[in-house]
Write a protein that binds this ligand. Structure first.
Ligand SMILES: C[S@@+](CC[C@H](N)C(=O)[O-])C[C@H]1O[C@@H](n2cnc3c(N)ncnc32)[C@H](O)[C@@H]1O
Length: 400
């Protein structure tokens, strides 16, 4: 029987789950979804640390060791027996993923450490002030196999709890290098968070050997992540020449940092509305883009929204027409559209109904086990950070 794994999901769980589903499909890996909540997904399948490393939206991957009764002595006995079955010293820690950390957990850890030492083995307990050990703490304290053990305690119901062992955590140092280490940033036009860029690329289920395009490439965040994922031929265009120069500098920097990543880039200053005439002889296997999202300042009234929406819809309509000609049939464009906040209301762009006449079909790959509230009628997935005036709606569009 296949193993069970627990994915600890990031801040946008619906996107994280869609990403896991997309990567599993792209790798032709059969997985069975067992439980999906806003903080974790329980999955059966042969999930490897390499699978996890490709993801941007999941924080930890843990192999399920047992599902036991939610009682301190039962949990304690299980952990003691598990640690006893391992060879060498015992380096371990706990992360509590329930609502409120129980008062018995810390004393239990200390008692286990004492007992293991009394049995003549070395023991070290990694503790934190937080309920959960961060990815940084897990990695820096060597809590990943084979050296250490981070026990994930995930209450599953009123009476049951899952005990799992972390096998991979998000590579915080690599993310921060590509985000803050790159030479060219332009916060004026708003950069796509690199994790969202990677997640969107994963949603395309693209083939690494086929060319990938970002037609509003800005400083090249999408292209950087495509290179890190192993795409070999990356294309970027933008109406702004300076954007193209920034992208070129960022890719040059990436090439120096990682000479092992072999890729070719083609960058051009071009208006997306004329792209099909500029790129006649090429068909793309994947497209990922965050276009111009309109003014980033607050929208104060419905009239203002209507004016902005009118301009954006006419730009996106022409972009979608051009891009449909340039993509191989059946391949995907993953695109962000803005969502505007007006008081408590969310205002969307009125373009979904035109998509099929433009050659695109909205694809929703959330598994049926996902919470019903995640399934937006528009078929998109929302990405929002608290306090943002403009949210992002992520569309997976398939060329029909
Ligand atoms: C939100 S930014 C993209 C940011 C990019 N994802 C990044 O992380 O750097 C939108 C980009 O669209 C470009 N743009 C605006 N109108 C365009 C058009 N008609 N054709 C092509 N690019 C356009 C802008 O120059 C800008 O760089």
């Amino acid at each position: 029987m296949a193993e069970q794994y627990l994915f600890i999901l990031g801040r946008q769980p619906q996107l994280s789950v869609a990403e896991i589903a997309a990567v599993a499909r792209a790798r032709q890996l059969a997985i069975t979804w067992q439980t999906i909540t806003a903080s974790y997904a329980l999955v059966e399948g042969d999930i490897t640390p390499d699978f996890f490393k490709q993801l941007a939206g999941s924080i930890k991957l843990a192999q399920v060791l047992a599902e036991v009764e939610y009682k301190p002595n039962i949990i304690r006995d299980f952990v003691f027996n598990y640690l006893s079955s391992l060879t060498g010293g015992c380096l371990f820690g706990f992360s509590w993923y329930g609502h409120k950390i129980p008062s018995w957990l810390k004393p239990m850890g200390l008692e286990l450490k004492r007992e293991i030492k009394d049995s003549g083995r070395r023991a070290r307990l990694v503790e934190s002030r937080q309920d959960v050990l961060s990815s940084v703490v897990v990695q820096k304290n060597h809590l990943l196999p084979p050296r250490g053990t981070e026990f994930i305690l995930q209450p599953f119901s009123e009476t049951r709890i899952i005990i799992a062992r972390t096998v991979a955590v998000q590579e915080f140092a690599e993310w921060s290098e590509r985000d803050y280490g790159r030479p060219e940033r332009d916060s004026r036009v708003g950069m796509l968070p690199p994790k969202l860029a990677r997640l969107m690329i994963n949603l395309t289920q693209g083939e690494l050997a086929e060319p990938l395009l970002d037609p509003f490439c800005g400083s090249g965040t999408v292209l950087q992540e495509a290179v890190a994922l192993g795409y070999k031929s990356i294309w970027g265009s933008d109406i702004d020449k300076q954007g193209i120069e920034r992208t070129a500098a960022n890719l040059q920097w990436l090439r120096q940092k990682h000479p092992e990543w072999q890729f070719e880039e083609k960058l051009l200053a071009a208006d997306v509305r004329q792209l099909k005439t500029q790129l006649k002889d090429i068909k793309f296997g994947a497209m990922v883009t965050e276009p111009y999202l309109g003014p980033t300042s607050r929208i104060f009234d419905i009239k203002q929204y209507q004016a902005v929406a009118k301009d954006l819809v006419s730009l996106y309509r022409l972009a979608l027409k051009n891009l449909a000609v340039l993509i191989l049939p059946g391949r995907r464009l993953v695109m962000v559209w803005p969502v505007f906040h007006l008081g408590a209301k969310l205002l969307y762009l009125p373009l979904v109904n035109e998509l099929s006449s433009l050659g695109w079909k909205v694809e929703n790959i959330l598994p049926p086990q996902a919470p019903p509230a995640w399934c937006d009628k528009r078929g998109s997935l929302l990405y929002e950070r608290p306090g943002q005036r403009v949210g992002r709606e992520v569309f997976v569009l398939r060329k029909v």
